[in-house]
Design a protein around this ligand. Sequence first.
Ligand SMILES: Nc1ncnc2c1ncn2[C@@H]1O[C@H](COP(=O)(O)OP(=O)(O)OP(=O)(O)O)[C@@H](O)[C@H]1O
Length: 638
Amino acid sequence: MVPEEESPMDGGRKTDGTTREAEEMKCFSIPGPTVTFRNLTYRIRESAGPFQRKPTEREILKNVSGIMMPGMNAIMGPTGSGKTSLLDVIAGRKDPKGLRSGQVMVENAVVTSDLRLSSAYVVQDDILMGTLTVRENLAFSANLRLSQRQYSHMDKAAKVNQVIQELGLQDCADTKIGTVFLRGVSGGEKKRCGIGMELITSPALLFLDEPTTGLDANTANSIIALLQKLSRDGKTVIFSIHQPRYSIFRQFDHLTLLNQGEAIYAGEASKAVAYFEDLGYKCEQFNNPADFFMDITQGAIGPATDGPSLATLTRTAEDKNPLALQYRRSQLYGRTMEQLEQLEKNPVNRHDKARREKPCYATPFCYQLLLVSKRTAKNILRNPQTSYAQLALNIVFGILVGLIYYRIPRTLPEALQNRIGAFFFLVINMVFGNLSGVELFISERALFIHENSGGYYRTSVYFLSKMVVDLIPNRIMPVFVFSAIPYFMMGFKPEPEAFFLFCVTMSLISLSAVSLAFLVSASVGSFGVANTLIALPYVFMMVFGGFLVNLNSMLSWLSWLKWVSIFYYGLNALTINELTGQVFTSNYSSITGEMYMDQQAIDYTTWGFWQNEVALFGIMCLCMLFSYIQLWRIKRWK
Ligand SMILES: Nc1ncnc2c1ncn2[C@@H]1O[C@H](COP(=O)(O)OP(=O)(O)OP(=O)(O)O)[C@@H](O)[C@H]1O
């Protein structure tokens, strides 16, 4: 038995002297919760276009009520009937703003978004890290979602092996999931791995959105058989399903049938055919009940003329959804409502204390950061195209700039013209070379939302791991390569201090440009929009950098834009670093670097130089901070 103070969601808690098998038995013996919902009405807002002032509202769930107990609870209905929406509302994953009436309760406690941390949800599209193997993905879930205090590394590895065995994934355990560039496991194996990611925590309450969609009959059967096994161990399994074959349908305990967002049946699955036959519909011998229900909802078959309830149906034919009205008038509905009232009146049961405790992450911040960073690094190493492209781009451009401005002379006018031109070229390359930064949060957006909502890790952990693991190999290391090649080819100041400050400036230009790209990446969900949004500020910054137009002669109300230009600070810092202390000569005269900078109103004092670096650093910090805020604000609701 489970000690009273233990949370039912703490499946698998270790006690001294128990064997692993006994421990698993114990975790499976934890009964799943009863989920109740009453009069759920959910509306979505639909904007009809830019010229329509008020968005229209559409009801996608209308007064849906039900009781789902431990066992196999199926939600069925034709496409667009609201199956996924009902599942999401019950699982606390749908935006609560749309819920116009009703509430969902799990063991008498009102469901909030916290349910996401204490239940498991298998999404319809398999969201997995494609460059990792099945085992590595499962281990990632186990390591982050099983408490370190209760599970040793060995226990977690054993748990992963157990899930692999249970899901029949032995043959592909060490095969990568696959990406667009890499052929990986099959669709069925991917789906089973997705389910395994959730089963790792031995959840007492499991939600699945269309777990058999896109699978062949045998794989679908084996997945449903697995869910049935879990439900027989006492778990509450709730899933949406479209039109299952009979061998699958007969494994359902409870069926909620939806049509146009309304329940037309909610009760024992085995009694559903009889219910509709009572209404006068005839299910042919050997017909699959699931097909029979679909035919009824889509009007492919009508009630027989001698059906006992025909009179009622005819009376309600004016109603848009007579089957729903019929169901609300049925004894079955009355009994469900009575049962709901009874359950809601019941005193708090023994699990409530633990369930009402606010669920939290299973692992501490630093451990999460280590694991997520490791995975990000592994992903980069196994999918190194971006890093190679970044490095290659820097080497090619480095050599190109070096060749174009090879050994810049100290004689005027080339000395100044070529130096300033080279700085502009270098800054352009540093800024526009970071356009690929917009990909960072967009490419993994679905994965981040899924894992973050599922309680794998904190938003800050994901953000920091991305910053550390992306910035060092992709943004900082290539800068040093890019800085070293042209610096010596062009014959800039040979002093080590000047070279060091040149590298620092180039790094800061690159980092501030990439952090702006990260901000855009965290703010929008599509590459197209992101590319447009990032190109705009980059081009504006270039114009206000001081090279293409003399900022002193510009309209004063416009020239302030230089203060937010990475080009402005970058060009100034590079110019001060290179020209200070230099003398350039022509046939008849000579000019010092300082004279040129005075002419350009560039402050070449020590602070004058460092204020440019501080400004670049400030732009970087601000953009990073805003990208974190944007990442944190990403809508997790479905
Ligand atoms: N967030 C949303 N924004 C706009 N429309 C939505 C949203 N969520 C659901 N809908 C709409 O609600 C209706 C029901 O959608 P839902 O996905 O629940 O249906 P379903 O029965 O699961 O369909 P399918 O079997 O095709 O997946 C659809 O018309 C869908 O477009």
